[in-house]
Design a protein around this ligand. Structure first.
Ligand code: SAM
Length: 193
């Protein structure tokens, strides 16, 4: 028996909620690992929307898709995930965020509390019942703790009637390892009047 590591568990959660023909979102494309993973899950009838604010990340993600001949299953947008609702209008089965900075790149360009929470709010509306949003929360970098705390505060307040919120974390590891927050939509959230 071996407990699933954080990245592995994030993929397990996505595999449980996304199936062929679905719409999926990679909110932080980075080097494109998750976009490729999602493109494999959605099949030829589904579609992935990938977001990143850095040209470098958009290019890396496009290359990864091309290398795997899956570019027709995804659109890679050079825009912030907080604008997800501008592009995605159909129900979403699953979304992933890898927070923090792009490894090997500019460490100053990190995800930020306000825009991350704005994106989560929009995705919760777009999510279909049974769909999931997975956040891999890196918090060791500058600004990471503020983002972590803001997210925890926000998701803890979500009404359990509509959203189940999970935290998956190894609590005895050194060096501030990442952990997972997963949001499962269990019922449609009434629109605010
Ligand atoms: C930890 S990296 C993502 C790693 C990626 N999932 C992979 O497989 O390589 C975080 C990414 O979020 C991006 N980012 C920062 N703010 C963003 C925003 N508002 N919207 C979308 N992406 C953003 C950064 O440019 C960076 O590439």
């Amino acid at each position: 028996m071996k407990l699933e590591r954080v990245i592995q568990y994030a993929q397990t959660l996505l595999k449980m909620s996304i199936t062929e023909g679905d719409i999926a979102v990679d909110a932080t494309a980075g080097n494109g690992h998750d976009t490729l993973f999602l493109a494999n899950l959605v099949g030829d009838e589904g579609y992935v929307y990938a977001f990143d604010v850095q040209k470098e990340a958009v290019d890396a993600t496009l290359h990864r898709l091309l290398d795997n001949a899956l570019e027709h299953r995804a659109i890679v947008l050079k825009d912030g995930h907080e604008n997800v609702a501008k592009y995605v209008t159909k129900p979403v089965a699953g979304a992933i965020f890898n927070l923090g900075y792009l490894p090997g790149s500019n460490h100053d360009l990190v995800t930020k509390p306000n825009t991350t929470i704005q994106a989560i709010e929009s995705l919760l509306k777009l999510l279909k019942v049974g769909g999931i949003i997975v956040l891999v929360v890196y918090h060791g970098h500058e600004g990471g703790k503020e983002e972590r705390d803001a997210i925890i505060h926000f998701v803890s307040e979500l009404p359990q009637k509509y959203v189940h919120v999970l935290r998956y974390e190894f609590i005895n590891q050194k060096n501030e390892p990442p952990f997972i927050i997963a949001l499962e939509k269990v019922k449609n959230i009434p629109l605010e009047s």
